[in-house]
Design a binder for this molecule. Structure first.
Ligand SMILES: NC(=O)c1ccc[n+]([C@@H]2O[C@H](COP(=O)([O-])OP(=O)(O)OC[C@H]3O[C@@H](n4cnc5c(N)ncnc54)[C@H](O)[C@@H]3O)[C@@H](O)[C@H]2O)c1
Length: 420
């Protein structure tokens, strides 16, 4: 099967829905419709105040600038060098603050964008809701499962939107992959094997002077991060829940500081198995000293495999003929004169290296598209069905994995999660 629609901003999401109305993608990705809304009138753009203009906050500012319906109306960071870099990306008239409460008090905003370290997400989101604003917050949601639930509750009680930065749900290739799964193109999925392997320490250089180690390298410390689980795995656990259409029943895992013994507190190696209903599995590894296998989710079905990061779908290859059978055929075709008496009857089952076919690639960036969807759902006053639930479940799964590794015990999916 070939890709049957082009992936342009104006067309891809609505066409995904049109093309897949009967196959369940619309139900699995209802937010797609929101990103295909009409152009807003000038002056109707959603005014966003960005808290945290570090690496990610600045990337978000650049993506927001490409949307049709959002604009950055204020920036805030309590670290002067990063605030200066953030300011450089917006018009000189956009106010800049070192204290997010001062930004909220100054008014003139419709929503906040939270791009601070994980342990500040809940507090900054609560302050946004208290100021009567909608909240767009980076993944993972919060440092604890309880705080993730509290964020959901605050969004519900304030009747404001809360959207979390899981951009893969807006990624044209992932949406196309989901379409192919719903159409039955890879059969029954019983396992997803996912990895995020890098070869760098994650450690940032800290300027001399003030003790900024824990501020700059917040990812390496338990107080502010669950390390690989909340920084990387959370994205892939969202994909796992999405494609396996549920949540894990339990998780087992092992984590270690195996290579970067530099005073960090978070694991640099994690290996986990998440079990879903019916014995299906999400098998995960992440590490920081070998990048060969990179970032991928291998979605393994009974008739095919999808690798969305590579953007490819592969059909199962029929089993090879046994060696003796091949030799017999060679003799029959005249390629060989005799069949040797000895010889291998078994070939090693090496990975299949067929190139597969492309799942298609979008013209527009998923990080930008998720803000268009946010802008459209705020404008229409309609929460995007299923979106927050996916984010909540992904964060819970990542933090539950951390608990399983820390305790050396299988952790069951919590029964007391907030209903969404
Ligand atoms: N969705 C993605 O693909 C993706 C990618 C990278 C990072 N992220 C997320 O983005 C968030 C930020 O990551 P980062 O790499 O940009 O970190 P960073 O350290 O580069 O930036 C965080 C910024 O927040 C500022 N900050 C901290 N406390 C503050 C406060 N109280 N008030 C105002 N500013 C404050 C810091 O000074 C810093 O500039 C994290 O939650 C991370 O998980 C998401």
């Amino acid at each position: 099967m070939t890709q049957d629609f082009d992936l342009t901003r104006r067309s891809f999401l609505d066409r995904v829905l049109a093309a897949t109305a009967a196959t369940g993608v619309a139900a699995a990705a209802p937010w797609a419709a929101f990103a295909a809304g009409a152009d807003p009138k000038p002056g109707d753009r959603l005014r966003l105040g960005v808290i945290g203009t570090g690496d990610r906050g600045r990337a978000l500012i650049q993506n927001i600038a490409k949307t049709r319906n959002c604009t950055v109306a204020a920036v805030c960071d309590n670290y002067a060098p990063n605030l200066a870099k953030g300011r450089a990306l917006v018009a000189a008239t956009v106010p800049a603050f070192t204290d997010h409460r001062a930004m909220l008090d100054a008014g003139g905003l419709d929503a906040v964008v939270v791009a601070t370290p994980l342990n500040f997400h809940a507090r900054h989101s609560f302050d946004g809701f208290d100021a009567g604003l909608h909240v767009w917050c980076e993944k993972a949601m919060a440092r604890t499962i309880a705080d993730c639930g509290a964020m959901v509750k605050r969004a519900q009680s304030s009747r404001k939107l809360l959207q979390i930065g899981h951009q893969r749900m807006f990624h044209p290739t992932y949406l196309n992959a989901l379409k192919r799964v719903k159409a039955g193109d890879i059969g029954t999925i019983t396992q997803i094997r996912a990895s995020w392997h890098r070869n760098n320490s994650w450690r940032r250089k800290v300027p001399p002077g003030r003790d900024l180690e824990r501020k700059i390298n917040w990812r390496l410390y338990r107080e502010s991060s669950a390390g690989l689980m909340t920084e990387l795995a959370t994205h892939q656990l969202q994909v796992g829940n999405w494609f396996l259409d549920g949540v894990p029943e339990r998780v087992i895992g092992s984590g270690s500081i195996c290579f970067w013994k530099d005073g960090r507190e978070v694991y640099d190696h994690v290996a986990l198995v998440y079990e879903y209903s019916g014995g299906r599995k999400f098998v995960y590894t992440s590490l920081l000293n070998n990048a060969r296998y990179g970032c991928e989710e291998q979605i393994q079905g009974s008739t095919g495999t999808i690798e969305p990061e590579l953007g490819r779908i592969y059909a199962e290859v029929p089993p090879k003929a046994l060696a003796l059978e091949r030799m017999k055929q060679d003799v029959q075709r005249g390629h060989k004169r005799t069949v040797p008496i000895g010889g291998a009857t078994w070939f090693p089952e090496l990975p299949v290296t067929t190139p597969g076919e492309s799942l298609g690639w979008g013209e527009y960036d998923e990080t930008m598209l998720q803000f268009e969807a946010f802008g459209e759902s705020v404008r229409s006053g309609t929460p995007i069905p299923g979106l927050l639930r996916q984010a909540y479940w992904a964060s819970v799964a990542s933090l539950l994995g951390e608990q399983a590794m820390d305790r050396g015990e299988a952790m069951r999916w919590p029964k007391d999660l907030v209903e969404i």
